[in-house]
Design a protein around this ligand. Structure first.
Ligand code: SF4
Length: 408
C-alpha cells in the first residue's frame, strides 16, 4: 500500500496562550496555529485594534504587536479594550526588543493585557546587563503567568554567544564551516535561554522557541536540529521572506518541508506587503499552506484548472475567484452556523477535458464550456451530475447552488 501524509508530529510540550475564555494551545497534539503580526504604530490604539480585528477575522489565532516604547506600552490596554468592544478575543503577543524589561515593569496594565511575550535574546542587552534584563523579563512573565517565546533571529543574534561559539569552534580538530557555526549559535541561543528561563522559575510548558532565518535551506537545517535537541513547541517562520510570489513561494517551500517532517507547532508567514497591500494575506497564505497539506481545514477549498487555449474567455477564472472570495468571506459566520462546512470542495473547471472528472471528486463542481463546446455547463453534486446550466447567468446560478448546498 502507498501511504500519504506527514510523518508523525514531533513530540513536544504544549503551551497554553489565554485571553478570557479563549485558549490557544501551541504544541503537543494541538493543531498547528496560524499567527500574524500588525504593522501599525502600536501607539495608535484605534488603528492597531482595527488591524488586529481584520487579522483575527481573516483567521489569525494569535496576533503579535510591537511594544517598542512607552507610548506603545501605554496603548496596549486601550487596544485590548477596543477589541473587547468589538468582541474580538484573539490573544495578543507583545514583541519586545532592547527595553522590554523596563516596559513590562513600568506598564503593568500592558504586561497584564498581553497574553504572551516574545523575547529576542539577542536584543536584551549587552554584558552583565543582558542577564539581569533577561531575568527581569522572565520575572514579569512569572508574575503575570504569561508564556514566552524565545525568538532568536539571525539578524540580531547574541554577538557574545556567537563569539563564544566561534572560539569553541577554533579549538576543534576539524573546525566547522562558518554556516554551521551560525546554525549552532542560533540553536544554542534558543535552548540556553529557555533553560535559563526555567532556572529563573518559568514553567517549561510556558516556553515556545523560534530560530528564524531568511534562507529556505538554512531554515530547514536549523529547525531539524533544534527539533532534535529539545521538546519545546516550535514557532516556524521564514523571516524577511520578501514580497509577492517570492515571499509566498519561499515560505511555503521552507515550512512545507518541516511540517511534512512533523516539525512546527505554530506558523507565521512574514510577507512584505505591497504598498497599500492587504496585511491579511499572510494569514490566508498560512492557512492555505496548512490546508493544502491536509494538516488543517479552514475554509472550503476551490479547485480550479489553470485554463489553456480551450478557454478563450475569462468567465471560469472569474467564477473561480468569485466563489473562493465568497466562501472565505462567509467563514467567520458559517463556521458557527454550519459546522464542517470547511471540509467542502468546489471545483471550477474550464472545459470538458478534465472538467467532469475533477467535478465528480468535489462536493460541487462545474465544467464551463470551452471554445467550440456546446454552451452548456454540467454541474456535479456529490459525484453525480445534478443539472446543466446554460445562458448568461451561469455564474449567479452556480453561486446559488453552492449556497443551497452549504445550507443543506
Ligand atoms: Fe484547459 Fe480544459 Fe484542462 Fe482547463 S480543464 S486546463 S480548460 S483542457
Amino acid at each position: 500500500a502507498i501511504a500519504s501524509g506527514p510523518v508523525a508530529r514531533r513530540a513536544s510540550r504544549s503551551a497554553k496562550i489565554v485571553y478570557g475564555k479563549r485558549e490557544i494551545i501551541v504544541g503537543g497534539s494541538a493543531p498547528v496555529v496560524v499567527q500574524s503580526m500588525t504593522n501599525t504604530d502600536t501607539a495608535d490604539a484605534i488603528g492597531t485594534a482595527i488591524q488586529i480585528k481584520e487579522l483575527a477575522r481573516a483567521g489569525s489565532e494569535l496576533v503579535r504587536i510591537t511594544v517598542n516604547n512607552a507610548e506603545a506600552a501605554a496603548a496596549v490596554p486601550a487596544i485590548r479594550e477596543q477589541l473587547d468592544r468589538m468582541d474580538i478575543d484573539v490573544p495578543l503577543v507583545g514583541d519586545f526588543h532592547y527595553n522590554g524589561h523596563t516596559l513590562l515593569k513600568d506598564f503593568p496594565d500592558c504586561a497584564r493585557a498581553l497574553s504572551k511575550y516574545r523575547i529576542n535574546p539577542g536584543n536584551v542587552g549587552q554584558g552583565a546587563k543582558r542577564d539581569t534584563q533577561f531575568a527581569q523579563m522572565i520575572e514579569m512573565a512569572c508574575l503575570y503567568d504569561k508564556p514566552v517565546r524565545i525568538g532568536v533571529n539571525w539578524g540580531s543574534l547574541d554577538q557574545a554567544l556567537l563569539a563564544r561559539i566561534m572560539d569553541e569552534n577554533a579549538q576543534r580538530a576539524a573546525p566547522w564551516s562558518a554556516q554551521s557555526v551560525m546554525y549552532e549559535a542560533l540553536i544554542t541561543s534558543a535552548i540556553e535561554n529557555a533553560v535559563r528561563a526555567e532556572e529563573l522559575g518559568l514553567a517549561g510548558d510556558k516556553i515556545i522557541l523560534s530560530c528564524k532565518v531568511s534562507g529556505v535551506q538554512d531554515l530547514i537545517a536549523v529547525y531539524r536540529e533544534l527539533a532534535k535537541r529539545c521538546d519545546y513547541p516550535l514557532h516556524l517562520g521564514l523571516t524577511e521572506a520578501g514580497m509577492g510570489s517570492k515571499g509566498i513561494v519561499a515560505s511555503t517551500a521552507a515550512l512545507s518541508v518541516l511540517l511534512q517532517e512533523g516539525i512546527g507547532d505554530t506558523i507565521r508567514i512574514s510577507l512584505t506587503p505591497e504598498p497599500g497591500g492587504d496585511r491579511c494575506k499572510e494569514v490566508v497564505v498560512g492557512q492555505e499552506i496548512l490546508q493544502t497539506m491536509g494538516l488543517r481545514k479552514f475554509t472550503p477549498m476551490v479547485i480550479a484548472c489553470p485554463g489553456c487555449g480551450r478557454t478563450t474567455s475569462t468567465v471560469f477564472q472569474q467564477l473561480a475567484d468569485d466563489i473562493q472570495t465568497f466562501l472565505r468571506d462567509q467563514m467567520p459566520v458559517w463556521k458557527k452556523q454550519y459546522p464542517g462546512v470547511e471540509n467542502m470542495n468546489v471545483a471550477v473547471m474550464g472545459c470538458i477535458v478534465n472538467g467532469p472528472g475533477e467535478s465528480k471528486h468535489a462536493n460541487i463542481g462545474i465544467s464551463l464550456p470551452g471554445t467550440g463546446e456546446s454552451p452548456a455547463a454540467p454541474v456535479f453534486i456529490d459525484g453525480a451530475k445534478a443539472m446543466t446550466l446554460r445562458g448568461d447567468n451561469i455564474a449567479e446560478e452556480f453561486h446559488a447552488i453552492v449556497l443551497d448546498y452549504v445550507k443543506a
